[in-house]
Ligand binder design. Structure first.
Ligand code: SF4
Ligand code: SF4
Length: 92
């Protein structure tokens, strides 16, 4: 299993205004639609895409808001390198 990918990014000059200071990226071409990440995501910010990837799976997508950066989706994903979690202005 690869390491949790946390990056220092400074996209928002005033991050205290944001509800959550994190985001998740999913490589849809590598996702095999096991749905484990959706099951464990407490704020329910992941969804299944309507489109198919090259392997014939409907990949999971981030809805674009509400990620807390907890990293649980990263740890349950059985496919290496699919999920990356970013926390802004913080290294955890
Ligand atoms: S890091 Fe946590 S909150 Fe963000 S998508 Fe993954 S499980 Fe959900
Ligand atoms: S846990 Fe990984 S492989 Fe499974 S649906 Fe989520 S991103 Fe795809």
């Amino acid at each position: 299993m690869s390491e949790l990918n946390l990056e220092m990014v400074n996209e928002d000059p005033n991050p205290v205004k944001k509800k959550h200071n994190a985001r998740v990226e999913i490589d849809g071409e590598l996702c095999k639609e096991c749905l484990l990440c959706i099951e464990v995501c407490a704020p329910d910010v992941l969804k299944v895409s309507e489109s198919l990837n090259k392997m014939g799976y409907h990949p999971v997508e981030y809805i674009g808001d509400g990620c807390t950066g907890c990293g649980v989706c990263f740890y349950v994903c059985p496919e290496p390198g699919v999920i990356r979690v970013f926390k802004k202005n913080k290294v955890a």
